[in-house]
Write a protein that binds this ligand. Structure first.
Ligand code: NAP
Length: 326
């Protein structure tokens, strides 16, 4: 999109480990590519090995093309490092097994980008019994973050955790008794509302985490990437108003390319200007304020307790002690 601010030409240390969920396509793909091309080691966590491998091959090809065009700020060819690790956020067992694999391999984690997501999904429940957008967008990431935070805290300075939220958080309501939408039928399930809820929960989690991470090396932020032309519409092509709005946005060029959408996530993840920035909600690479509901501390803490309760079979005594203490 014309007029969007540009990214700084930062070089990233090859020791820096960046983990991105859903990095095989869309905003995640462009973010993984940009960061890897500047030298950091990027781990793409997603559910399909085939899709991840083809994304990595595409990044390697595009890197060579950029190099041959003489693009500035790129790392050397031997430092372009991308890896795949299997993660399906709709299964808490998969999240658990991802965490064990990750911890066994990686002694450090500097940047964690909670990007994977699904939007306006029809009513569906995961094998763990949670509404699917609640779990994939929010709760699965909550478990991931809870178990990887100790690693980030023992890594180097300027560690960053970023939630890819959405302007749709403004459509949310807050009623934890109805958080799973089980009182709805398939026909009257409000897909936008539950998407918005999952996105406001991410922002609320950001505030809870920052309260617990004060004076540490880990800062937590959130972003809205804009309206971006990605595969996100795959679950809502049957929703008339969403399809029409999306088509209209494309016609009047309001939609961003995945790279333009990724710029805000890249900014929050690595721009040195935002080292030590916390509790920020970035839109179009600038700081904006999320809505009043997202900023309600009492509700944030109620959500924190609710989430821990949802994860009681997956959080051990030591995790609970850590989450209570940090
Ligand atoms: N596009 C927009 O206009 C827009 C606006 C606001 C916010 N966002 C947010 O931006 C983020 C990225 O979305 P996008 O637009 O880039 O969409 P996308 O192209 O559909 O990418 C979504 C990514 O999430 C992954 N994913 C989906 N379900 C998963 C699961 N169960 N476990 C692990 N990974 C899973 C997908 O993997 P597969 O390829 O395997 O499905 C894919 O890599 C999302 O959180 C979305 O809510 C997007």
């Amino acid at each position: 999109m014309g007029g969007s601010p540009s990214l700084p030409e930062v070089a990233l240390s090859t020791d820096r480990v960046v983990l991105i969920t859903g990095g095989n396509t869309g905003i995640g793909y462009e973010t993984a590519k940009w960061i890897a091309m500047r030298g950091a080691r990027v781990i793409i966590a997603c559910r399909s090995e085939e899709r991840a491998k083809s994304a990595i091959e595409r990044i390697q090809r595009e890197f060579k093309e950029e190099k041959s065009k003489g693009a500035v700020g790129l790392c050397s060819s031997e430092n372009l490092t991308l890896e795949f690790m299997a993660l399906d956020l709709s299964s808490l067992k998969s999240v658990e097994s991802f965490i064990s694999t990750f911890k066994a391999k990686e002694p450090k984690l500097h940047v964690l980008l909670c990007n994977a997501g699904i939007a306006l999904h029809p009513q569906e429940y995961t094998e763990d019994g949670f509404e699917i957008m609640f779990q994939v967008n929010y709760l699965g990431h909550f478990l991931l973050v809870s178990k990887l935070l100790p690693l980030m805290l023992s890594s180097d300075e300027d560690c960053r955790l970023v939630f890819v939220s959405s302007v749709a958080h403004r459509t949310a309501s807050f009623d934890l008794d109805k958080a799973q939408g089980k009182h709805h039928t398939k026909e009257n399930f409000k897909r936008l509302l539950y998407y918005g809820n999952s996105k406001i929960f991410q922002i609320m989690q950001m505030y809870c985490l920052n309260r617990r991470l004060k004076n540490t090396n880990v800062a937590v932020n959130s972003i809205h990437p804009g309206v971006v032309n990605t595969e996100l519409d795959r679950n809502f092509l049957d929703v008339n108003y969403a399809r029409v709005l999306l088509r209209l946005s494309k016609i009047i060029h309001v939609t961003k390319t995945p790279f333009e959408g990724a710029k805000t996530l890249i900014t929050a993840a690595v721009n040195p200007q935002f080292k030590d920035t916390r509790d920020a909600y970035f839109v179009n690479m600038k700081l904006r304020q999320p809505n009043r509901l997202a900023r309600n501390q009492q509700k944030q803490e109620a959500l924190w307790k609710y989430s821990i309760d949802c994860l009681k079979d997956f959080l051990k005594e030591e995790d609970l002690e850590f989450l209570g203490k940090v």
